[in-house]
Design a protein around this ligand. Structure first.
Ligand code: SF4
Length: 362
């Protein structure tokens, strides 16, 4: 099937959207306010098809559909955890599957979105990493997870989405051509404050530098998981390409931007990265770039025999870091009963699809 050459309205930044729509309507002799009407349908009413834009004349809806498409992810599977966490598996226009997760807490509703279908980074503690890489997502497919999740949250009385984290499947900063416009779209188009959006990376240095140079105060989370290059290399293969000292130098540039908060994510794996002597070096790194440290009990994944650190050991880390003046929190693991670790739901679904295909061949 030939690829659809029509631009996806959801992939355009607000400035591009305005320019494209004005050009389209002016070429049809239509007034320029038509562009504003369509913008409203996209950013405020979350229209997922041109047919919904009922304040446009029928002929204009038809012409708009011929010129543009709207490729919003459609729900494939929804799982609700006992703790309120909701995981969506979305089907993209070409059949690819990606996940996003809604995580309610007392004061927030955080949406965790994916930036790639699969991931090429191969981190040893991650279900997505074990599944391999399929393709980058487009800006519209990334922002589309927000739109579709917001609609779901509205329909299910889950409240407004307050925060977005790029912590789902994929390494966002390996897909910078889409990440930068997607951040602009979420911030300027849908009005999500920059400080409410966090981009997570395993340490793609050029991407950290680019984010540091953006004027908006997007937040950054580094998947650290080990305070030394030697240990980190065992968990994150990218450490060979971007060693920790280089990553720290890039984080210093980010921190120098002022008001841009850095978080270290530290997944605690029993017997792997939870030795008490690592508390000091971890604290030193955090203090150097004023990072907040999230300690996360490891969520077991299918292809690894590792288990989470004991609650006592996690508390030792928390106390040890706090005693050194580091801001630290233990992040509770959410949605354990619904394939909670990133990549698991998609992984299981792909396995099911493979099994179905295998059965069909028999
Ligand atoms: S942790 Fe992130 S970067 Fe590493 S394999 Fe998983 S999705 Fe990719």
């Amino acid at each position: 099937m030939a690829a659809d050459a029509r631009p996806d309205l959801l992939s355009l930044t607000p400035v591009e959207l305005r320019a494209s729509l004005e050009e389209h309507f002016s070429s049809r002799g239509q007034p320029s306010y038509r562009a504003g009407q369509v913008e409203k349908w996209i950013y405020e009413r979350l229209a997922s098809s041109v047919d919904e834009m009922t304040d446009l004349p029928a002929a204009e809806r038809e012409a708009l559909s011929e010129a543009f498409r709207i490729d919003e992810p459609v729900p494939d599977t929804v799982q609700r955890s006992k703790d309120g966490t909701v995981k969506h598996l979305w089907r993209l226009a070409d059949g690819e599957l990606v996940e996003s997760v809604l995580i309610p807490t007392e004061r927030r509703l955080t949406l965790c979105i994916s930036s790639q279908a699969g991931c090429a980074m191969g981190c040893t503690f991650c279900a997505t990493g074990w599944g391999g890489f399929d393709r980058h997502l487009t800006p519209g497919e990334i922002a589309g997870q927000y739109r579709a999740s917001r609609r779901w949250a509205d329909e299910n009385d889950s409240g407004p989405i307050s925060n977005i984290v790029y912590m789902g499947m994929g390494e966002p900063l390996a897909n910078r051509n889409a990440i930068h416009p997607s951040l602009t779209i979420l911030n300027q188009g849908y009005g999500v404050g920059a400080r409410r959006i966090t981009v997570s990376t395993v340490g793609v240095v050029p991407g950290i530098v680019e984010l540091a140079e953006r004027p908006e105060q997007f937040r950054l989370a580094l998947s650290l998981h080990a305070p030394s290059s030697e240990l980190r290399r065992e968990l994150i293969p990218l450490e060979r390409r971007h060693p920790l000292p280089e990553v720290l130098a890039a984080l210093e540039r980010f921190d120098d931007g002022g008001g841009k908060r850095i978080t270290f994510e530290y997944t605690m794996i029993a017997g792997v990265n939870d030795a008490p002597q690592l508390i000091g070096p971890l604290g030193d790194l955090a203090l150097r770039v004023h990072a907040f440290v999230n300690l996360i009990p490891f969520n077991p994944i299918p292809y690894q025999s590792w288990g989470p650190s004991s609650p006592e050991r996690i508390r030792d880390f928390e106390r040890g870091l706090a005693a050194r003046g580091v801001s630290v929190a233990v992040r509770e693991t959410r949605g354990r009963d619904i394939d909670a670790a990133c990549g698991q739901l998609r992984g299981h679904t792909l396995v099911q699809i493979d099994r179905k295909r295998a059965r069909a061949k028999v």
